[in-house]
Design a protein. Sequence first.
Length: 309
Amino acid sequence: MKGDIHRYPMGAKDITEKTLESYSDVFADIINVLMFQGRRVIQAEELEERAPRSVYKTDGKIHETERDVVKRWKKDERYIACIGLENQTSSDPDMPLRIIQYDGAEYRAQLLKGGQKKRYPVVTLVLYFGFERPWPYAPELRERLQIPDELESYVSDYQINIFEIAYLTDEQLDMFESDFRVIADYFVQMRKTGEYHPEAREILHVRETLHMLSVLTGDSRFEDVNNAEQKGVRTMCEVLDRIEQRGLIQGRKEGREEGREEGRKEGIEKGIEKGIQQMIFRMYKNGYSIKQIATVAEMSEKSVEKIVG
């Protein structure tokens, strides 16, 4: 897949982003790789669901904040921490102000419960999916404030944790064991080469993975494939095959429509340009036989052999 096809909508946010990360196996995997360098410190069964919405009252009014994904880490009947994930497709200089609001709401919830026991920490990870450039803003709250000299020593700082997914190393990618590896691998490849060549590994949460890719990239074809495929797909190789086959059908349709105006031959040629050759190369690379490809493409085996060389 070429980079010019998949241009994600900078700043786009959608509730569907949250679905994949809400699975405890995926959530634990993300935390273990990004925070603990691949060590399996947190187990999926130790994570407890936490409502992403926090409600508080100020100035006599009810206000609400909503996080992307948040879970409590509980071990031996004791809360260890509350950990949140915030997805960003665009950079935001005010991110420290937003994160301190989310974290503060969780601390406030602990305070309202009362008691004298020690509180547990709140940690938020900002997952940045931009790949055209690294996160350009300072992660410290103080860098966003204009502080008078007289107040310099009195203003506390607050630093956020930003992880640039498209800039992960190959070693970090190899640490992922969940479906988040598919997401991370896509953005790393697009940043490096502008093209995506998927791995053949099986996806556990297919619908959620394709939905998240569709939202983050702005390319509805990922989700369209999942919705249209009755038998389902299990790998990204199969996903790309379905996308290209659908492109082939669309290309033939457009070719016939153009053929009515420009002549059947020219219309068919344009249809081929839009889908057939790309689909043939992909199927051949993924191990389909010349005969199988010829059947799908409705071409002779000699014509397919000529295309694949």
